[in-house]
Write a protein that binds this ligand. Structure first.
Ligand SMILES: Nc1ncnc2c1ncn2[C@@H]1O[C@H](COP(=O)(O)OP(=O)(O)OP(=O)(O)O)[C@@H](O)[C@H]1O
Length: 264
């Protein structure tokens, strides 16, 4: 999907925080990482892109359609093409992993097929294949509340990959994983998104992963775009300025890329 923002901004109700008006175009199939300090507006931007929040200013077009001018049914159809990956996937605790992944296609199935799937999962191979790619296939029949945070995050990713979303919006998708697992998982996500020509926008606190796995990186600070560059053009000085924290003094490392993960 293609995303086009023109002077699009957002202010949270009862607060002055949000997102300053911005112009941004993300091409069909493009992969973009959003980085920036806590409170910069990364989640707010992703929620706007996913049509969960309505902009308070400007225009947002998704594949040349204005989502908020669509009928309720049109908006539902549009949302069914968007896959949201949450830092803490909102999966029912007692639900089995197989059902949680299958639910990714609920918006595409008939009522009858959904009901059948509710009682007995109709497709085992698809979810199992994706879980294998994410190195967690042994959890196919486990309950979601028996998984660790990192395992649950992988189930959330598997659900969106199974959905075959055309736009994937990932908010800190690997934050609960150790560095090597985070790299493997994010690499799998980007490879699968590329294979299906899905547009991918992900917020990440791990700058190394953002720079190594995403060709374009947007730095956000205080609701304002600080830079929007090819990842190989982002300089240490720009990263240092992005994460500078005047209130906490100077914990900013001279080289802010904290975890060094080999690029394979
Ligand atoms: N529902 C809300 N009502 C009022 N203000 C909000 C709301 N949600 C977020 N904010 C404010 O909007 C700003 C941006 O928040 P947001 O969650 O988008 O930041 P973030 O970059 O995702 O942060 P983090 O990295 O900590 O997740 C913050 O100042 C936050 O306090």
């Amino acid at each position: 999907m293609q995303l086009q923002l023109t002077g699009m901004g957002f202010t949270h109700a009862g607060s002055r925080a949000g997102l300053a008006p911005l112009d941004l175009t993300i091409a069909h199939g493009e992969h973009v990482a959003i980085i920036g300090p806590s409170g910069a507006g990364k989640t707010t931007l992703l929620r706007l892109l996913g049509c969960q929040l309505k902009p308070t200013q400007g225009q947002y077009l998704l594949d040349a359609q204005a989502p908020w001018q669509l009928s309720a049914r049109g908006l539902r159809e549009l949302r069914s093409r968007i896959g949201l990956i949450h830092q803490q996937p909102p999966l029912p605790p007692r639900q089995r992993v197989i059902s949680a992944i299958g639910a990714g296609r609920l918006g595409q199935w008939s009522l009858l097929h959904s009901l059948r799937n509710w009682f007995s999962p109709q497709d085992l191979d698809g979810p199992r294949r994706i879980l294998t790619q994410l190195d967690i296939s042994e959890k196919l029949f486990e309950r979601c509340d028996q998984l660790s945070g990192g395992q649950l995050q992988r189930v959330g990713i598997a659900r969106v990959l199974y959905q075959q979303a055309q736009l994937i919006l990932a908010d800190e998708p690997v934050s609960a994983m150790d560095p090597h697992l985070a790299q493997h998982t994010l690499r799998t996500l980007t490879e699968q998104a590329r294979k299906h020509s899905a547009t991918l926008v992900a917020s990440l606190h791990n700058v190394d992963l953002a720079l190594s796995l995403f060709p374009r990186v947007i730095g956000l600070r205080d609701g304002v775009v600080a830079f929007d560059l090819p990842s190989n053009e982002v300089s240490p000085a720009q990263l240092k300025a992005l994460y500078a924290n005047e209130r906490l003094g100077s914990p900013v490392p001279s080289n802010p890329t904290v975890i060094h993960i080999p690029r394979c």
